[in-house]
Design a protein around this ligand. Structure first.
Ligand code: SF4
Length: 455
């Protein structure tokens, strides 16, 4: 449970009665309340003792630590989740999906997996959905062979790597090859933790601990924390559906509901080690997506199994309070030119994709103006005053569409025919045409309209 403002204020200078205002707030109480809600940082109060500061830093830290694997644009950040169920608020960091390659697999199989990791991707509501990471496993017993595979993975992709080896010396030497890419090291166990601590102190790394019991996981995170190592991910070792659901739920509950810091780290799930059946593996991955893995490692990537997982991930890890929306912009469809018709719609993603796909299937080149409307559909946006003539006219002017076409015909959705008059006032040079009431009428409507213009 997060610390409350009323508890924080008691720890502030003079038991919260100093009220010097140097933090920019009128009282210590106001500072405490704002600190509790994340609206201000501890540094703003210069009079806090180091002990209180450390105590508050710990109390205010996220219940599940955010951890980043990889570097740059392809880095994957996980953790920092605040709720058990997505409908309570939102899930924050979507799990990274990794594909596993092993050094005892045929070269052609490895190449194929890397190719699919790079090439299997889908466009969905304006986003590119794809897998994110490559797990590289030591299985052959030949250290040189493994190191070659790590080098090959490094050269072939920019995505974050997960290094997997039960031989800790092999794991640490592979880390030396790719440390600047911030890979994940797996597994850290009670048997090898001393070696890992001294190696990671010398060369920082993000590590995955593995233990079959919760108390052992907690003990390992405690030892790493004492050594100053906090970029940690946990594997509770579950290798069947029931125990995986149980363990993931216990960990999330302990971190969020009991504020049990030793289990306040993101987790990893290994469907790839739980079954040899691809369909079962996908079902396990789907379970980990919901219950609550930060990284999910698959044995293979196929279009037909990856797409449902990616769609599931997108659905779960979008904020239910914010509709999916498109950026306000001009979207060309079918390579339009200066004579092409101009249509306008709202920026709810579903509205955009329906209208854009119907325009596309009409085969008529057209410009589609998408107006920011709070991510709402046409009628709701109109009712909310976000798709009115008053707001559309300035958007049309600033959009730049007047420089792209040599006509002044604007087609508005038939559902908001009533805005035609006020829009005409705002855009006196434009002819406002009331278009179809439903997107599915566009393929019949647009060709006829263009033909009538030509005649
Ligand atoms: S700076 Fe510190 S002591 Fe002063 S009012 Fe703010 S919280 Fe209180």
């Amino acid at each position: 449970m997060a610390i409350k403002g009323t508890d924080i204020v008691k720890k502030l200078p003079e038991a919260g009665k100093k009220n010097c205002k140097e933090c920019g707030l009128p009282t210590c109480f106001a500072f405490a309340m704002k600190l509790a809600s994340g609206g201000i940082v501890l540094d703003k109060c210069p009079y806090m003792t180091p002990e209180v500061r450390a105590e508050l830093e710990d109390a205010l830290a996220p219940p599940i630590k955010p951890v980043t694997v990889g570097k740059g644009a392809n880095a994957v950040t996980i953790g920092d989740e605040q709720v058990m169920y997505r409908h309570e608020k939102t899930f924050v960091h979507q799990p990274g999906i990794a594909v596993l390659i092993s050094d005892n697999e045929p070269e052609s199989e490895i190449d194929n997996k890397i190719k699919k990791l790079k090439e299997v991707q889908f466009s969905w509501v304006g986003k590119t959905l794809k897998a994110d990471m490559l797990a590289v496993q030591f299985k052959s017993g030949d250290r040189g062979r493994y190191e070659s595979l790590v080098k090959k993975a490094l050269a072939a992709t920019d995505c974050p790597l997960i290094l997997i080896s039960e031989d800790i010396d092999v794991l640490l030497s592979a880390h030396n090859i790719c440390a600047d890419r911030n890979p994940l090291l797996y597994p850290v166990t009670t048997a090898n933790i001393d070696k890992v601590i001294s190696a990671v102190k010398a060369k920082p790394a993000t590590v995955v601990i593995r233990a079959d019991k919760m108390e052992d996981l907690a003990s390992l995170t405690g030892r790493l924390k004492e050594a100053g190592i906090e970029d940690v991910i946990m594997d509770p070792g579950s290798r069947d559906l029931l125990s995986a659901v149980r363990d993931q739920t216990i960990i999330r509950r302990a971190a969020l509901k009991q504020s049990f810091r030793p289990l306040g780290y993101p987790t990893i799930g290994f469907p790839c080690f739980m079954t040899n059946d691809r369909m079962s593996e996908t079902i396990l991955a789907s379970m980990f997506m919901i219950k609550y893995a930060g990284i999910i490692v698959l044995s293979h990537i196929d279009e037909h199994t990856l797409l449902p997982l990616l769609a599931q991930r997108l659905n779960i890890y979008t904020d239910p309070r914010i509709p999916m929306s498109m950026e306000e912009n001009i979207y060309p469809v079918n390579n339009p030119d200066a004579d092409s018709p101009v249509l306008i719609t709202s920026n709810w993603a579903l509205t955009y994709f329906l209208v854009a796909s119907e325009v596309e299937s009409s085969k008529v080149p057209a410009w589609l103006l998408v107006k920011e409307a709070g991510g709402l559909g046409i009628l709701t946006a109109w009712a909310a005053g976000k798709f009115s003539g008053d707001s559309i006219a300035p958007f049309v002017k600033r959009s730049g569409i007047e420089g792209k076409v040599n006509h002044r015909h604007l087609i508005i959705p038939g559902k908001v025919a009533r805005i035609r008059g006020e829009l005409k006032e705002g855009l006196p040079d434009w002819d406002i045409i009331v278009g179809p009431g439903d997107a599915n009428e566009i393929p019949a409507y647009l060709p006829k309209l263009v033909k009538s213009w030509k005649q």
